[in-house]
Design a protein around this ligand. Structure first.
Ligand code: BEZ
Length: 209
């Protein structure tokens, strides 16, 4: 059965470059950026792993733990991390799951057979502290992901949860957010005493910064 937004992220216990982890226990009270890549020692993946490592501080400031996966083994991962550190000028510290039997990749539908029977495509799952899947994105093997977008969507989910709002197209932190139509104007006045712009009764913007 395919996974959907709002589902509980399937739990598993697995070997990683940082030892054995149980997904739900490891996430704890944090958010998780769980992402797959096709293979170790490949160029696009090397840049993505390097970027994730370089952004360690950005993920930490969002209370978000990165967790990588490929269908290679621990030995290959550990060797490759040395290359990632060397070539991307970073120190990779987040865990990478070893999934040589493709068990976790298949659980999360990361294997797309028309691309490869054994290697994962570039899947992203953002998982919240309640272990719910909040976002899913899938990129092809030959296109590296945009990490500004990954951080942006974590920001958007967190500001939405905190304030009971939604975010408009191309929102970036600091921008105005949307009061959902489920909130009446009367309730909105009480909830947002700073005031809001009502363009239409269903289109209302508020500054929550
Ligand atoms: C890469 O990471 O460069 C890559 C991996 C698999 C297929 C295509 C590109």
């Amino acid at each position: 059965m395919s996974l959907r937004i709002g589902d509980t992220a399937p739990n598993f216990t697995v070997n990683t470059t940082a030892g054995e982890i149980n997904l739900h226990d490891w996430i704890g009270d944090s958010w998780c950026f769980f992402f797959s890549h096709p293979a170790d020692f490949t160029p696009v993946c090397t840049t993505e792993m390097g970027r994730t490592a370089q952004l360690a501080g950005e993920f930490a400031s969002r209370n978000t733990k990165p967790l990588g996966l490929s269908t290679d083994g621990i030995k290959e991962h550990l060797e490759w991390i040395k290359d990632v550190d060397d070539t991307q000028n970073t120190t990779l510290k987040f865990p990478i799951i070893a999934d040589p039997d493709t068990k976790i990749a298949r659980l999360y539908d990361m294997i797309h057979p028309n691309e490869s029977d054994t290697a994962a495509v570039r899947s992203v799952f953002i998982i919240d502290p309640n272990k719910k899947i909040r976002l899913m994105m899938t990129y092809p093997m030959n296109v590296g992901r945009n990490f500004d977008e990954i951080l942006r969507v974590i920001d958007a989910l967190q500001i939405a949860d905190k304030n009971g709002v939604a975010t408009p197209a191309d929102w970036i932190p600091g921008g105005k957010v949307i009061i959902p139509p489920s909130v009446s104007s009367e309730d909105a006045k009480a909830k947002f005493p700073q005031g809001f712009d009502e363009i239409r009764p269903y289109l209302r913007f508020v500054d929550v910064n």
